[in-house]
Design a protein around this ligand. Structure first.
Ligand SMILES: *Cc1c(COP(=O)(O)O)cnc(C)c1O
Length: 447
């Protein structure tokens, strides 16, 4: 236990309510607003910026429990009071920050980076938040709380992460999924890990309403990102990226958003580093939405003066097919504070951007495609300049979205022209003919 440092839930609306982190509470009991985890900053300031940097650097890559995790190596900034024994970690985080050398040069950029958050246990950045939530549930159960199971509504990746972590810790899991709206890989993950999988004839927002009903009596714990514990884990990517650049702050970060927890988390990671003096400069945060599920983009066009939920349409970027995002207020705060931009991308744009990046050795999920398409648009309009150090956050592993990849290269995706299609050559096993085809293809594809 690090009894020196402490944190609690606090109402984001500023009505003054606070609750201990061990309490089962998701929204403010007085005013109904979202909560956030609030740290005792004076205590944290007792260590200097240099000391924090050195501490975090010294834990990188260690197998000293629990610091081998990219989340828990920043434990004091995440959930300082939790017992190490109750931490449920699969050593998430510490994902590679890849220099997109060839893709960048196609766009005229030589300082473009991709943060590979999908290179993680369940194949998406959701692992970063789930380790924190499940660890807290585990601690509550050890302290005698009557929690029978954890539950979530999901567009796919949340349910995979929740089930993996809860099963690792021995906690029963219930997941609510919109029927026929997620990929096979996303469906098979919670099935394999033994969750109770409930497939509902509705969309994500409909699943969300059901899980909120089911978790009302507190014996089933709600694991959606309205639960601010997850944001505490996700915010460590901000710190990790800066650390990977030797504590230099990038100019611009682009991230795809649906429920808007992750953009909020990025903001809170940077806010904390600024407050504790680890960095001086603010990066610019850019949120990328799918045109078919773009409520925050529409609000951005009105200077965030108002926000209206939308009914999302079907998009290839299925994990961000959300019309009524739960973390909208936190997201707007982060975007205002970090000189934010919201831009959108259509189906054809996101699919082509992902396929073009794949040609340089990447394997991008459709959400990463949205972020890459937004990068291309903002370069074209001059809102991002080519010499900026830019990081695109890749939120999931492309292998989770093989239907998207196959559909692209077979040319069967709706509203997508597949300009970078690449199909296998089916032919007879005749060496002469094979050599001829190779010559022809080398000219065509590598010219
Ligand atoms: C959840 C998810 C997002 C969106 O994150 P939010 O916090 O909901 O905005 C983006 N990409 C992938 C792959 C996801 O799983």
């Amino acid at each position: 236990m690090n009894s020196n440092f402490s944190a609690s839930f606090r109402c984001i609306a500023g009505c003054g309510e606070t609750y201990p982190l061990h309490e089962i509470v998701y929204t403010c009991r007085k005013c109904g607003s979202l909560l956030e985890v609030s740290h005792d900053m004076d205590r944290l300031r007792e260590k200097s910026a240099i000391q924090w940097r050195e501490l975090f650097d010294s834990r990188m890559g260690t197998n000293r429990w629990p610091y081998g995790s990219g989340v828990w190596n920043k434990k004091e900034w995440v959930i300082p009071g939790i017992d190490d024994e109750n931490i449920t970690s699969m050593l998430e985080g510490n994902t590679n920050l890849l220099w997109a050398k060839r893709f960048g040069s196609m766009l005229g950029m030589d300082d473009l980076w991709i943060k590979m958050c999908g290179n993680s246990h369940t194949g998406s950045f959701k692992d970063l938040g789930m380790t924190v939530l499940v660890s807290m549930v585990n601690e509550m159960i050890h302290r005698g709380a009557n929690i029978k199971a954890v539950a979530c509504a999901s567009t796919g990746d949340t349910s995979a992460a929740l089930t993996a972590y809860a099963s690792y810790g021995g906690i029963p899991t219930i997941v609510f999924l919109p029927r026929n709206k997620i990929s096979t890989a996303q469906l098979v993950q919670p099935m394999s890990n033994g969750a109770i999988v409930i497939s509902l004839d509705t969309d994500f927002d409909g699943c969300m309403r059901i899980v909120q009903e089911v978790t009302k009596d507190n014996t089933i714990y709600l694991a959606n990102s309205m639960n601010s514990l997850r944001i505490e884990g996700q915010k460590t990517i901000s710190i990790e990226m800066v650390q990977q650049f030797n504590w230099d702050v990038p100019d611009t970060i682009i991230i795809p958003g649906g429920n808007l927890g992750n953009i909020s988390a990025l903001g809170s990671g940077f806010r904390m580093m600024l407050e504790l003096g680890l960095i001086k400069k603010k990066p610019r945060l850019i949120l990328a939405q799918a045109e078919k599920a773009n409520p925050l983009y529409l609000s951005y066009l009105k200077g965030f003066k108002s926000f209206e939920p939308v009914i999302p349409e079907k998009t290839l970027a299925s994990a961000i097919q959300i019309g009524d995002p739960v973390s909208v207020e936190k997201a707007v705060r982060a975007l205002k504070e970090f000189d934010g931009i919201v831009e959108q991308a259509g189906e054809d744009e996101l699919a082509d951007a992902a396929a073009l990046a794949d040609r340089t050795g990447l394997f991008c999920c459709p959400h990463t495609g949205v972020a890459l398409a937004v990068l291309i648009k903002l370069l074209d309009s001059g809102k991002i300049s080519k010499d900026e150090r830019t990081i695109v956050i890749s939120t999931a592993h492309g292998l989770k979205f093989s239907e998207f990849k196959i559909g692209y290269h077979e040319g069967t995706l709706k509203d997508v022209k597949s300009r970078h299609m690449n199909r296998p050559v089916e032919m007879e096993p005749d060496a002469g003919k094979v050599k001829k085809i190779i010559d022809q293809k080398l000219k065509e594809q590598y010219g």
